[in-house]
Design a protein around this ligand. Sequence first.
Ligand code: AMP
Ligand code: ZN
Length: 143
Amino acid sequence: MSDDCIFCDIVAEKAPCYPVHETRYTRTFLDLFPAAPGHCLIVTRRHFDDIFSATPDAIGMVGHVSTLIAHAVREELQCDGVGIYQLNGAAAGQTVFHYHMHVIPRWNGEELDIHARSPGVPEELEAMAARLNKRAYSMRVDE
Ligand code: AMP
Ligand code: ZN
């Protein structure tokens, strides 16, 4: 737990989120500023600033969960592709310094801006989280 870390607050349920999936090691929830509808973030429960301080097992677990979430997103949204992105350091565009993975649905012909500037609409985020949550838990973990 790190002071002044919004993702630690979300993990500790001191800050709200639109939850999609949980493991003992990770929480997955919707990005509040979605680059596309269904943009998920997978965060470690334990605070690490970035890939350079995260442990190999934490990184492995995030990779494992990102595979599950990629399948869930593609199945549920029938998107053309899924981008998995992970930024380390301000120079790489990292803005929240708690290790996390982006899972972003992609559609043919649509431009990507990982850091979309407009916030999602609360009712739409809530409905999307419910859909992805249901889908993620309906899938086998090794799919
Ligand atoms: P990064 O730039 O890779 O550090 O990604 C951080 C992401 O966290 C950005 O896409 C933000 O839109 C997103 N974000 C920031 N605060 C919150 C929050 N409270 N809940 C959900 N997503 C957030
Ligand atoms: Zn943190």
